[in-house]
Design a protein around this ligand. Structure first.
Ligand code: URA
Length: 239
């Protein structure tokens, strides 16, 4: 972010010098300011950069007051598989990146087990700010923050979504159905198939849930081959 702001400042300075040379003291703005000062990166993926900018400026709920860094999300902008978690934890809040703590290490292993790397997918959360002491998100916070995820989905256009944990599953599917029941079906969010499984943090507390997650992600991987089919067909246990 700091680097990006330095670039903006240089662009603004150059722009005003240019204007001054050509027009004297009169300033001519012929486009909205954010379009005038777009960087190369913005031009190649304007949608996500603009949403990220809105998230960084957001004060819709009080969570922004206590964070070190907001966590927008990261991964491939062309990802066909979108992973949605709950909210940043301590490590994510410090680094500004999703799933980089212990639960994140486990998520990376789960993805590897079905032959995905983190940079092939896109990873984000329902909330972009860490709730104090990692408490559960409250309904009002979810209501304020969810529109950002909706915008991310409409720009990334994933073909499959994996929701991790109760909050991600229930929010995406707009339901109060229990996680245990959500796991057993393939759902839809705006026509995109949604798989729901346990959050990796739940596996750290209860290792027995690993078998359930393994089943869930195998089903997801098979669906991926049928629906997307842009990777060598996957067979469990084969390298
Ligand atoms: N848990 C989440 O739900 N998201 C993260 O980014 C990290 C931990």
């Amino acid at each position: 972010m700091i680097e990006q702001h330095k670039t903006y400042i240089d662009l603004v300075r150059n722009y005003f010098h240019f204007q001054q040379n050509v027009y004297g003291e009169e300033i001519l703005l012929d486009k909205p300011v954010h379009l005038l000062f777009q960087t190369e990166k913005d031009r190649s993926e304007p949608g996500l950069s603009l949403i990220e900018e809105k998230v960084m400026q957001c004060s819709r709920c009080s969570l922004h007051k206590g964070v070190h860094k907001k966590v927008f999300g990261e991964g491939s902008k062309e990802a066909k598989l979108l992973i949605v978690g709950e909210a940043p934890g301590r490590e994510e809040d410090l680094q500004g990146k999703p799933f980089v703590g212990k639960a994140g290490e486990l998520l990376t292993k789960i993805l590897k087990a079905i032959d995905f790397t983190r940079d092939e997918v896109y990873i984000c959360n329902i909330l972009k700010c860490r709730p104090p002491q990692n408490r559960d998100p409250d309904p009002q916070e979810i209501k304020m923050c969810f529109p950002f995820l909706e915008e991310q989905v409409s720009v990334i256009k994933p073909e499959i979504i994996l929701a991790l944990g109760r909050f991600a599953g229930q929010t995406l599917l707009n339901t109060q159905t229990s996680l245990a029941r959500l796991r057993n079906e393939i759902h839809q969010y705006k026509g995109i198939p949604v798989f729901v499984t346990y959050h990796p943090a739940a596996l750290l507390r209860d290792a027995k849930k690993k078998y359930d997650v393994w089943e869930d992600v195998q089903r997801l991987r098979k669906a991926y081959d049928n629906l997307v089919g842009d990777k060598p067909e996957w067979q469990p246990g084969k390298k």
